[in-house]
Design a protein around this ligand. Structure first.
Ligand code: AMO
Length: 428
């Protein structure tokens, strides 16, 4: 029998009562009670009940849970509490058999730990909590793209296989490339800056790679970054863009995706705005008051960020870092060249984004590279573009995976990434 799916489960309406439809999905539950069988059928949009009676029931073999079936039948009202309608089956075909025992129970009756779920991720996607996380991730991406397009940013895709480091030498994965050494891009930093020459405002949402031997809930070897770069903006302007982007993501998902929030068990609260802008120097003072031994110019350790995060719960910008703590492309403040026009967006202790105003004078940029023990010759392809009329520009990069953890109130990025890559995980 050839089945053509006529409806998704959430398309069943009262108008269809008495009509024949063809549904396709997987069996969440199967009960045979003598003369009748009940199939709980799920597809990506919802759940319904299928009633099997008479000859069809007599000839119905074993229908394994999680097998994929096509059901042709008539829509009818139901007394069951959990479903809007039910289907009285005329024909049932098993299209893909699930072989038991299955490695994880997608219904979650038997809890599996995260490693087991990640090892069987496709099946884990039938767990409604997991599916809701990835549906939300999809909506977040749509919201980000919509807001950025409204703000006149043009989406670009930069290379991921590169010939020299984009952010300096550390943490690069290298690979053999037709007899040369190539690297996996850590960020689109240099390319996105170059694109401001002709496109003015650009953004990219792509995966980037960091060979950091970190074993935390917030570090991955492959992560998704949202990057922007904008000509004729300074760091305050791009902080405004970032803030409205985050607020729109929270508003969109909180208002429009209630069902997903319910399944995940977390209510998305739109954060209060404007986000505080706290300077690095202020943070050093706060840390000193808390009894920490810290001086201006010291990097903020995880333990420091936990204290500062407690003082400023939720979203806030940490601005005006010392120049010596920032990458070579960040520009100094005119009134105090020891300070930079830079920021991180924090969610409590968690760093979500960093960015700033860039140097756009090629001589200063070369001098900064040398100061940071980087070889300007390695950056020739980048530096040459600064002689072609480079506009002043600013930008930032934000970890999408980390943003997702704040949105759904969990503390492990592995929950929001399909197939996470970390030092202990290369497969599946
Ligand atoms: P940075 O290195 O701070 O800045 O990275 C920006 C943001 O990317 C996310 N991120 C990560 N997420 C998961 N796992 C990782 N290993 C990881 N590394 C980074 C974080 C971080 O805040 N080029 C600059 C940005 C810019 O100035 O435009 C950069 O890459 O959320």
């Amino acid at each position: 029998m050839v089945f053509v799916k006529t409806h998704d489960i959430n398309e069943l309406t009262a108008d269809l009562i008495g009509n024949q439809v063809v549904l396709g999905g997987w069996v969440e539950d199967f009960r045979k009670l003598g003369k009748m069988s009940f199939i709980t059928l799920r597809d990506v949009t919802g759940i319904s009940q299928v009633i099997v009676k008479g000859e069809l029931n007599d000839n119905l073999g074993e229908i394994n849970r999680q097998s994929v079936v096509a059901v042709k039948g008539v829509v009818q009202e139901t007394k069951a509490r959990d479903f809007a309608f039910e289907i009285k089956a005329d024909e049932i075909d098993v299209l893909g058999k699930a072989v038991h025992p299955l490695p994880v129970d997608p219904i979650g009756r038997v809890e599996s730990n995260i490693d087991t779920r990640l090892n069987h991720r496709a099946l884990d996607m039938r767990n409604q909590k997991t599916a809701s996380i990835f549906k939300l991730r999809h909506h977040v991406l749509q919201s980000l793209r919509k807001t950025l397009a409204e703000k006149k940013f043009i989406e670009i895709t930069t290379p991921k296989i590169i010939g020299s480091a984009s952010e300096g030498g550390a943490n690069l994965f290298s690979l053999e490339y037709f007899g040369q050494t190539a690297y996996l891009a850590q960020s689109p930093q240099l390319y996105k800056e170059q694109m401001t020459i002709g496109l003015e405002r650009v953004f990219e949402i792509s995966n980037f790679y960091r060979a950091e031997n970190s074993h935390t809930g917030r570090h991955l070897s492959e992560f998704t970054s949202i990057d922007i770069e904008a000509a004729f903006m300074d760091y305050n302007d791009v902080m405004d863009v970032l803030e409205s982007l985050v607020l729109n993501v929270y508003k969109d998902t909180s208002e429009n995706y209630k069902a997903e929030q319910e399944v995940i068990g977390h209510t998305i609260e739109v954060p209060k705005s404007p986000f505080d802008r706290v300077t690095y120097s202020q943070c050093v003072e706060e840390l000193k008051s808390a009894g920490e031994k810290i001086e201006f110019g010291d990097d903020l350790l995880d333990s420091h960020l936990r204290i500062i995060g407690d003082n400023h719960p939720g979203f806030f910008f940490l601005t005006d870092w010392p120049m010596k703590l920032k990458p070579f492309y960040i520009r100094e403040k005119d009134e105090d060249p020891e300070l930079s026009r830079s920021f991180d967006l924090q969610f409590g202790y968690l760093e979500l984004s960093s960015g700033g105003t860039r140097l756009h004078n090629p001589d200063t940029l070369k001098a900064r590279l040398k100061e940071q023990d980087l070889d300007p010759a390695q950056f020739q392809d980048h530096l040459k573009t600064f002689d072609w009329g480079m506009p002043p520009h600013s930008g930032w990069g934000m970890g999408l995976d980390r943003l997702m953890t704040t949105l759904i109130g969990i503390d492990n990025v592995r929950e929001v990434v399909l197939y996470p890559r970390d030092p202990d995980r290369l497969k599946p």
